[in-house]
Design a protein around this ligand. Sequence first.
Ligand SMILES: [Zn+2]
Length: 430
Amino acid sequence: MMEDKKKTNEQKHEHIRNYKNELSLLSDEKANEVVGRSLKMYYIIDSLKPSNVFQFKINEYVEAHMFVIDDEVQRFLKKPKPYDDELTVESIYSGMAGIALMYKLFANRTHNRDKTIEAKLIIEKCISILNKNSDSVSYLTGKSGIFVTAAEIYRDLGDIENAKKMIKKVLDLLPLALNKKLPDILLYGRAGYLYSLLLLKKLGWEDPDRDRLIRKVVSAILHNGIKTCEKDKPKKSTLMYKCHNKKYLGAAQGLSGVLQCLLLANTYLTKHELHNIVKPALDYLLTLRYTSGNLPSSMCNDPDHLVQWCQGAPGALHTYALAYNVFLDRKYYDAAVELSDVVWERGLLTKGYGLCHGVSGNSYAFLTLFQLTGKAKYLYRTARFVDWCLTTGRQRKVPDNLYSLFEGVAGVTYALIDMQCPVAANMPGF
Ligand SMILES: [Zn+2]
């Protein structure tokens, strides 16, 4: 009998995707009062810096996480070269390149050159064991992310010659990125390669051919998105993308992630493309929301379960905040605010603390909302979510890649470092 009862409880928990956020149940008036009273525990509003107490707590956790990750890094640096038939891409998402990216952020924020040098050792090792035959080109899971990160690290160290070599390596991937078989999605497709090119531009990549190359990738993404919609009768969207024959909608594998990259590349689109192709797709996506306000994962009648960066409201929210900045259409501002309320209500995930489908990834939703609105309540929400990761031992699932940037400890650490500068914080790879 007892056994049965236990089993039923476990089965029940299987379906619970998030913990209840009691604070989301407060009336607006009460919630404002709580923010007014409690924000100072986390942030000094005038300087937008963490309070002394919160800073102490952040430092303690960053230090502890770094200690564990450093150990893993040492093991990686000693690791022998993989066998020829082993397909290795130490990606930003789940491999050691993500750790290098986190070290780079830490080094920049703390002016710690030694950490930049450690980041260089990691990324050079990643490149040395990279399988030449791998055709993955995206930023998060492919080779371009590794080369771009290497270019950034070399630039930080003043090694311009090697930075340029890395830029060349990213550009050499262009034929693979334009291969018709490659999907367009952010996680492992063409939009993810476009993201890398845009980062190179920020890095100071100068080339007479630069804008033509970026436009080529943009054109391919637009072309495929339009083509996917052609068979729809009646026509519903102006853009749609398929991955594994499914029309996904979220940030990692779906329409909102591709739209995010097109919006980041908005200066490479014509006015017509922006207003008559991208904007209607953004508007269409909004019509697909559940009554809860959350966004479905795909066009396949999925149940309203997922509220995480890769699928659902938290990822799409970044896209609508960016869409507001590009189009200055109030509808997108309101959409971002509404999506953030879904994250506040249902974003304390039982799955874990990671960036991709965990609480620290969801905390970035509030950082973006703070940057969009300037409202203190979003700083408070960021801090509450991050504090949850630090003080609540309620991670039910051990991540696949325990130390990785998008699923593991490095992701929480990245968010902890980044949130100390809320105006500049940015979800990596997005
Ligand atoms: Zn995920």
